[in-house]
Design a protein around this ligand. Structure first.
Ligand code: FES
Length: 117
């Protein structure tokens, strides 16, 4: 049985069988999730968020994921490389920190330009 995994804010969806982890699903959907450890639960760069009412669509956290994320798990944060799908789910992919900093700087400059005129 296949499930629909939707990545936000990209709004890209893919249908896959249960048991696939979110990092693999994202790659197949063409969504970039950063990683340095290539899925070994070591770098924590693949953090994503899932709304509380959809957490049951993922398998429970692995021991490695529990050790790495601790209380962040309660807020819906999961490691994409560890979280395996068992139902349809929407996944929030955080903005790349460097891109976010550049975007904020550009927004500040635009606001200053708007204030000037
Ligand atoms: S890819 Fe490194 S922790 Fe998930």
């Amino acid at each position: 049985m296949e499930h629909t995994i939707t990545f936000l804010p990209q709004n890209k969806s893919i249908r896959l069988k249960a048991g696939v982890n979110l990092l693999s699903a994202a790659r197949r959907a063409g969504v970039k999730i950063p990683t340095r450890c290539d899925g070994k639960a070591a770098c924590l760069m693949c953090k994503v968020k899932v709304d509380g009412d959809q957490l049951q669509s993922l398998h429970p956290p692995t021991d490695a994921e529990q050790r790495k994320l601790g209380s962040l798990l309660e807020a819906g944060t999961r490691l994409a490389c560890q979280a395996k799908v068992r139902g349809s789910v929407s996944v929030h992919v955080p903005e790349d920190p460097l891109k976010a900093a550049i975007r904020k700087q550009l927004e500040r400059q635009q606001q200053e330009n708007d204030d000037w005129f």
